[in-house]
Design a protein around this ligand. Structure first.
Ligand SMILES: [Fe+2]
Length: 229
């Protein structure tokens, strides 16, 4: 099969979609834990409904990845355990408050990731439509958690809310940094997968694309490292 025009662009697109897919897979299992741990039946039911949004994201992302020539990687991110970490950190708050504080920290990550992805310029129309809708879902989930916490006197302005807010931001940054390291690996894997298919007819072009992807990925990791120093 001949390589399609914009192979590099497609590779980067499907890498981003795969990253979102893994975030959704993680969210589905985190939600199961939340549903089990929440005391309020009403809250359980709402989180169960939100979980079906994530299941829809998974279905739609898989379809998009395939439509744009990629291979869906529906596995969890590296076991950084962001949710478990947050649970431990918030443990002292007790009851639904503790569960919701951890849930909110987890939702922030998904919300920000979808927000960034949906705001990308030049997305294919089918991708833009799915990402915008999913981004709105994530905003809704996050806002719901925030409202519940206000009702439980653990809103943003309370002492526990403020402490949790600091943890939430720190947690999101740590998880983002770890997952950013995975992205270049996924990109190279994806480029190699596509490259193998394209190599038969255009070996030079394929090699150039693979080299460009590897260099860009390496540069991204180096830049991140130097910025932190
Ligand atoms: Fe969510």
């Amino acid at each position: 099969m001949a390589p399609r025009k914009g192979a590099l662009k497609d590779t980067l697109l499907t890498t981003t979609l795969n990253d979102l897919l893994q975030t959704d897979v993680d969210a589905i299992s985190a939600y199961s834990l939340v549903i089990r741990q929440l005391e309020s039946k009403v809250r359980k039911e709402i989180v169960r409904r939100y979980q079906t949004d994530h299941r829809r994201h998974v279905r739609e992302l898989k379809r998009l990845i395939q439509a744009h020539g990629g291979a869906a990687i529906a596995v969890s991110h590296m076991p950084t355990g962001p949710f478990k970490l947050a649970m431990q950190a918030m443990g002292s708050a007790g009851g639904d408050r503790a569960v919701l504080l951890a849930f909110k920290a987890n939702e922030r990550q998904g919300r920000d990731k979808y927000r960034r992805a949906a705001a990308t310029r030049g997305l294919p129309r089918d991708v833009a439509r799915v990402l915008k809708r999913a981004s709105r879902d994530e905003e809704r989930h996050y806002q719901w958690a925030e409202k519940q916490l206000q009702q439980l006197h653990a809103g943003r302005r309370t002492a526990v809310g403020k402490a949790a807010g600091i943890m939430e931001v720190a947690n999101a940054r740590t998880v983002d940094a770890i997952e950013e390291i995975e992205k270049p690996i996924m990109t190279v894997l994806e480029a190699t997968r596509r490259g193998v298919r394209a190599a038969a007819k255009h070996p030079l072009r394929t090699a150039a694309i693979a080299a460009a992807v590897t260099t860009a990925a390496g540069a991204a990791v180096a830049l991140r490292g130097s910025r932190r120093r």
